[in-house]
Design a protein around this ligand. Structure first.
Ligand SMILES: [Zn+2]
Ligand SMILES: [Zn+2]
Ligand SMILES: [Zn+2]
Length: 287
């Protein structure tokens, strides 16, 4: 009996020391990233356009406004809430939402903030928004009714947290915001472990590239092939992916002038493809 107990104790000891680290490592360390939308500010198809991309029957050529959803065991977080937010959340059947990270103040990234109300009502608390000082005035102007001293009943309520380059934790996520230049505006990319989401930029600093080093899964914007004043071209986005050393890259915020997804994907280097709405990327380890 005595020996048996000792053996059990030893086994427990071994379990504790050798298995526990793996178990705790696994818990909350797997992350699903869903492409809620992969289109530029007008979406694809563009209203009234009869180009081959806008008339394409391929579902990968139907692009809602750019946004992603990040889900772990502990938290569900959206990056941006654009004009298609309601449709995106219904499509993905998202039953809870803990926070929204706002990359910048352009309408295609904040146009859906009023549609956070179902989550605010269901969860019975204001929605946490991470917003940079540069973006907040526009949000306050756009949604002035939510910021009044005595808001109308039913108005959305927001818990505004300041977003700058300081890393922060959200549940089991450790988020590193990275400052980007988006023509005259400031925009933020977000790195979480070996994953990064980088959209709405016209150029990238060496400092930002440095902060992105080691990212294995990269979503980066690529508007089109032709040069643009406030967005990256496909070649510029490929270049960023190479500089960072990403193993897998998806291009988002695409315009109809990018071309048909099937054709562009054939031309892309190994490990790179255009993102499409509804795509789910499972990210393991490294968080
Ligand atoms: Zn078109
Ligand atoms: Zn923008
Ligand atoms: Zn945009």
């Amino acid at each position: 009996m005595r020996n048996e107990a000792t053996f059990q104790q030893k086994t427990l000891f071994l379990h504790f020391y050798f298995l526990k680290p793996f178990l705790t490592q696994k818990k909350g360390k797997n992350m699903i990233v869903t492409i809620l939308g992969s289109g530029t500010s007008q979406g694809v198809p563009v209203i009234g356009c009869t180009c081959p991309v806008c008339r394409s029957k391929d579902p990968r050529d139907k692009r809602l406004r750019t946004s992603i959803l990040i889900q772990t065991d502990e938290v569900t977080v959206a990056v941006d809430a654009g004009p298609d937010f309601r449709q995106q959340m219904l499509r993905e059947n998202v039953t809870k939402l803990d926070a929204v990270l706002i990359s910048h103040e352009h309408k295609d990234h904040i146009g859906g903030l009023d549609d956070l109300r179902p989550y605010i009502f269901m969860q019975q608390k204001p929605m946490t928004l991470y917003v940079a000082d540069t973006a907040l005035p526009e949000i306050k102007r756009e949604y002035s009714y939510a910021f009044e001293a005595n808001p109308y009943p039913g108005a959305p309520t927001f818990d505004i947290r300041r977003l700058d380059e300081t890393p922060f934790d959200l549940g089991d996520l450790h988020i590193i915001p990275i400052k980007l230049k988006h023509f005259t505006l400031t925009c933020y990319a977000f790195r979480i472990g070996n994953f990064a989401y980088v959209t709405d930029l016209s150029e990238i600093s060496d400092e930002a590239i440095e902060k992105l080093q080691g990212v294995e899964y990269l979503i980066v914007e690529a508007l089109q092939k032709k040069k643009h004043y406030s967005h990256l071209t496909l070649d510029e986005a490929i270049e960023i992916s190479r500089r960072v050393g990403a193993k897998k890259t998806w291009f988002t915020h695409c315009s109809h002038s990018m071309g048909l997804a099937a054709e562009v994907n054939r031309e892309l280097p190994e490990g790179m493809m255009l993102a499409y709405d509804g795509l789910k990327i499972e990210i393991n380890n490294g968080l």
